[in-house]
Design a protein around this ligand. Sequence first.
Ligand SMILES: [Zn+2]
Length: 77
Amino acid sequence: MSHYCPPLTPNAIRSRVSTGRFAFTELGLEKRCSTCGEYFPADTEFFYAQAYRPEGLSCGCKACQHESKIKSGRRKQ
Ligand SMILES: [Zn+2]
């Protein structure tokens, strides 16, 4: 059960595209990772689901979030 339905309205998506946080490509809607600055498809395959965010996705891609988790985990030891 990993179906993701974007809760954003067309207007909300358009405003995010205009600020560069999202982009429309031939693959569909893509979201920019706030950490590495790369665009990835805006779904839970590339971003962690975060229900409290308006787009329902984490601001960093899974690869970057995974890396920061390893770094913060190291600090505990
Ligand atoms: Zn990233």
